[in-house]
Design a binder for this molecule. Structure first.
Ligand SMILES: [Zn+2]
Length: 231
């Protein structure tokens, strides 16, 4: 039996993640479990939400199909009219951005941390693609994306303070940003980017905050990591 520290609900089937808010659950001790079972009897199953998800998934597929068809048409027009400027690439990227946003709102009606994380990731990918479509000058990797990561670090710090009782739910987000920033810094060493000042700052800030959170987070941090990524 587990318990969600955020929603304060008890879960009878040892769910590791709360079905309502996606927060990592805590174990209920044996004595409390017996007490609850005596008090409320055996559980009924969590209501089936699969039907709603099925419909939403179908809508997403439909949207994707329509977007792919319209983009194909636009690429053809772009090619046939012999306009040298690849405007169809811009429309394609915009459609992709809209689609990712839809996926994000439909799939992740979950915890706040996941939402923030996905939003940051989508923005990073989009910036990279705009840079790429304009001839890949590297500004996205050298300045914009590290800037987004730093912004994310600041946001997480703020959210952790604001949400003291569940600060650990943002731990994975911190780790994710540390990994992204190291990946960008690596690009400097392999010669993909030339200016490393922003990637270096954001790697330093991200890695130190993730390390600090794990080091000082104690049991709660360990528990979060264990349940989230099974280590
Ligand atoms: Zn919950």
């Amino acid at each position: 039996m587990t318990r969600c520290p955020s929603c304060q609900i008890t879960l009878y089937h040892n769910e590791e993640v709360c079905p309502l808010c996606r927060c990592v659950t805590e174990e209920v001790d044996k004595r409390e479990e017996t007490r609850l079972r005596n008090l409320f009897g055996e559980s009924s199953f969590y209501p089936n939400v699969q039907k709603r998800q099925k419909i939403l998934r179908f809508i997403l597929k439909l949207v994707l199909f329509v977007f792919v068809v319209s983009e194909a048409i636009m690429v053809s027009i772009n090619y046939m009219t012999k306009v040298s400027y690849p405007w169809s690439l811009i429309t394609g990227l915009s459609l992709l951005y809209i689609y990712l946003f839809l996926v994000y709102w439909v799939t992740y009606d979950s915890g706040f941390a996941a939402k923030v994380g996905l939003q940051l990731m989508i923005t990073m990918v989009f910036l990279l693609m705009i840079d790429y479509s304009n001839g890949m000058h590297g500004w996205s990797l050298q300045w914009a994306i590290p800037g987004i990561i730093l912004l994310g670090d600041g946001l997480v710090f703020f959210l952790m303070i604001l949400n003291k009782s569940r600060w650990q739910s943002y731990l994975l987000l911190l780790l994710l940003m540390a990994i992204c920033s190291i990946a960008i810094l690596t690009l400097y060493f392999v010669g993909t980017i030339q200016i490393f000042i922003m990637p270096l700052i954001c790697s330093g800030v991200s890695c130190l905050s993730a390390f600090g959170a794990i080091l000082f987070g104690g049991k709660r941090a360990q528990h979060e990591l264990k349940r989230r990524i099974h280590i």
